[in-house]
Design a protein around this ligand. Structure first.
Ligand SMILES: Nc1ncnc2c1ncn2[C@@H]1O[C@H](COP(=O)(O)OP(=O)(O)OP(=O)(O)O)[C@@H](O)[C@H]1O
Ligand SMILES: [Mg+2]
Length: 270
């Protein structure tokens, strides 16, 4: 395991998704899956848990933070270095060397998993995808069809959000956790923010729910999960205002969206 972030002890759920992902990678050629979805939906956490859960299936698991093309290039250079390959000057030479090195590994029956996390644009990694192993990409963009199989990441199931909240917040009543989960549309980042806040303040969770309903965006931002970047990069384009069908709560299109203070309350604006 190289550069893979530590396992998240508070990771919940996604069991079926993780198994489906493993089957997908085993069956697909090229075995490249691009996990996509809105900010905070849990793409990075899913990839991270996949790396840890199935590490035994691989001889090499490498994690590259690809937020920004240059970072991706630097990460690939590190892979290259560790594999004992010469590092040719320039990004294109580096990419070619790593493609050769990992392809050789696969050809000699040594399976590998390469993870590009937080890719902003398919072009950032399009030339950095060796064959013969498994590649996981996480991105807010779904435009990865030219290099692999786009796979959407959905909000957590309700029971999973309740588990996340009750595991993280001492003594939280599951019924109250359910109400909080409704408010946040089962978005894991929002659940982690709530947990981070309530974990560090004496505020009563029921009082928090009342405040949250009144001032959702401001209150959610009070909590900061330690495993999420403090300044998440903005999505490529702003979200269009959206509203849900009457009576059906829906999650915000992105983590920066705020719920309308005027009716209908189900309207989100980025
Ligand atoms: N399955 C999970 N179990 C527990 N916590 C989770 C889970 N998924 C996500 N989280 C929490 O939500 C936060 C955001 O998740 P993550 O970083 O995976 O989002 P993302 O979809 O990669 O967002 P971005 O598009 O900004 O990169 C995490 O820091 C973590 O606290
Ligand atoms: Mg991410």
């Amino acid at each position: 395991m190289r550069e893979v972030p530590p396992r998240n002890d508070f990771f919940v759920g996604r069991d079926r998704t993780l198994l489906e992902l493993r089957d997908q990678l085993a069956a697909l050629r090229p075995a490249t899956v691009a996990l996509h979805g809105m900010a905070g939906i849990g793409k990075t956490q899913l990839a991270r848990e996949f790396a840890w859960r199935f590490a035994a299936d691989y001889q090499l698991v490498w994690w590259i933070d690809a937020a920004g093309g240059l970072t991706a290039q630097a990460g690939v250079a590190a892979v290259n270095d560790a594999l004992g390959e010469p590092v040719p000057a320039g990004p294109a030479g580096t990419a070619q060397a790593v493609v050769r090195a990992l392809s050789r590994m696969a050809a000699t029956g040594r399976p590998w998993l390469l993870i590009y996390d937080n890719v902003e644009d398919v072009q950032d990694v399009a030339d950095l995808l060796p064959h013969g192993g498994h590649i996981l990409i996480t991105s807010r963009s779904r435009a990865f069809r030219q290099v692999g199989t786009p796979t959407p990441v959905e909000p957590l199931a309700r029971a999973e959000t309740v588990e996340l909240l009750t595991r993280r917040i001492d003594g939280l009543d599951p019924a109250l956790a359910d109400l909080l989960a409704t408010e946040i549309g089962d978005l894991p980042l929002a659940a982690a923010q709530i947990a981070a806040y309530l974990d560090t303040t004496p505020m009563d969770p029921a009082a928090y729910l009342g405040l949250f309903r009144a001032e959702q965006a401001r209150i959610a931002a009070l909590g900061h999960p330690v495993d999420y970047p403090r300044t998440a990069p903005p999505p490529r384009s702003g979200c269009p205002p959206t509203r849900s069908p009457a009576g059906h709560p829906r999650p915000p299109p992105c983590s920066r969206c705020v719920r309308s203070s005027r009716p209908p309350a189900s309207r989100w604006t980025c």
